[in-house]
Structure formats: structure tokens, C-alpha cells
Design a protein around this ligand. Structure first.
Ligand SMILES: Cc1cc2nc3c(=O)[nH]c(=O)nc-3n(C[C@H](O)[C@H](O)[C@H](O)COP(=O)(O)O)c2cc1C
Length: 185
């Protein structure tokens, strides 16, 4: 079994990224199981002083990440940057050892949002995550007017999700082509 933890960088109720991750959970081919993490909005703003006695919301994130074989991230671009929601979550994971070398797929629901995609990847590389390229796909959903059900029912979207999840599963079990760990210069 592969336990994949999905993190969404948008807190909007009608978020395209959240719908994409929920759709991924629904089309996941066995033995892949996707859990969409629901608590990123509960995290306090990152403050290293709080790491001495971790807030409960941070403990929940840490436990979920530690239990996951791999991570799946979908996050919007705001003003040519990553959302504060996903950056805050990642900041809480910088010093969390189980995150290191964790296979991560970056889904991009809006190919025009290349600034955030590049920035997110740079942050993940700096944190020594293993970005799984075959699982990191752009699925052009902005303006497609598809909700979660529509994504599941769309042959193109569901096939892209299944392929990405399969590639992430392979990487999590050592059968994928992983990049070597990032070496700071
Ligand atoms: C404050 C704000 C800033 C945005 N800035 C950008 C941007 O710089 N580039 C872009 O491609 N989209 C931008 N967008 C559009 C969002 O990325 C887009 O609406 C996306 O679908 C939001 O993700 P969500 O549906 O998961 O909430 C912005 C949206 C908002 C609300």
C-alpha cells in the first residue's frame, strides 16, 4: 500500500486545487490511498520559538507527514508567489527530519502560474525533498469549470491523476527515477 498525504495551499471552499486533490483521492488506483490533510488553516504562523513545545495543529501535521509514504501538493499562485498557506506549512516541516528525502509530487492546476510552481520546487529542493518529476504534472483546470465530480468524470483529468499517483507510488517504493538529493552549494 502507498499512503499519500495531499496538502492544499488554498483555503477557499471552492478551491480548484482542493477539488483536484479530492478527485485524486477518489480515482487513486489500489494500492494507492490518498488522504487530504484538512488542517493547514489551523497552523499558527511559523515561529521557531514555538518549536520547543509544538502546537497541536503542528503535531497533527508532523504525524501525518511521518506516516505518509509520499506527499502530493497542489497550491495556487498569489501575486507571482506561493500561497502563505503552503509556505507556512512547509516552514513547519523544515526542521522535521521525517520530511527529508520524502517523495513529493507538485500538481499545477494552472500552467500560467509558473512563478509559484518554480518557487515551490525551489523550497522543496532546499528542504531536501525528492521531487518526483513524472508525478509532477500540469493539469490546466483554471477556467475549465470542472468541480470535483467533473474532474473525476473527465477522462483526461482522471487519467492524468492516475498516472501521477502511479508514478508517485513507484517512487515511494524505489521503482521510480528519483533525482539525487539536493546539495547546497
Ligand atoms: C490575491 C490573488 C492573487 C493572485 N495572483 C495570481 C498570479 O500572480 N498568477 C496567477 O496565475 N494567478 C493568480 N491568482 C489566481 C489564482 O491563482 C487562481 O484563482 C487559483 O485558481 C486559486 O486557487 P484555488 O482555486 O485553489 O483557490 C490570484 C488570485 C488571488 C485571489
Amino acid at each position: 500500500m502507498s499512503r499519500l498525504l495531499a496538502l492544499c495551499g488554498s483555503l477557499r471552499a471552492a478551491s480548484i486545487n482542493a477539488a483536484l486533490l479530492r478527485a485524486a483521492a477518489r480515482v487513486a488506483p489500489p494500492p494507492v490511498v490518498v488522504q487530504v490533510f484538512g488542517g493547514l488553516g489551523d497552523l499558527p504562523l511559523f515561529n521557531p520559538d514555538l518549536e520547543r513545545d509544538l502546537p497541536p495543529a503542528v503535531r497533527r501535521l508532523h504525524e501525518a507527514v511521518a506516516a505518509a509514504d509520499a506527499l502530493l501538493i497542489a497550491s495556487p499562485e498569489y501575486a507571482h508567489g506561493v500561497s502563505g498557506t503552503i509556505k507556512n506549512a512547509l516552514d513547519w516541516l523544515v526542521s522535521f527530519e521525517p520530511f527529508v528525502h520524502k517523495p513529493v509530487a507538485v500538481l499545477n492546476a494552472s500552467p500560467r502560474a509558473h512563478h509559484a510552481d518554480a518557487a515551490l520546487r525551489e523550497t522543496l529542493r532546499t528542504m531536501s525533498a525528492e521531487i518526483v518529476e513524472p508525478a509532477s504534472v500540469s493539469i490546466p483546470l483554471l477556467g475549465a469549470h470542472l468541480d470535483e465530480d467533473g474532474m473525476v468524470d473527465s477522462p483526461g483529468v482522471s487519467a492524468a491523476l492516475r498516472d501521477a499517483l502511479g508514478a508517485l507510488h513507484d517512487a515511494a517504493h524505489g521503482r521510480g527515477m528519483l533525482r539525487p538529493p539536493f546539495q547546497p552549494t
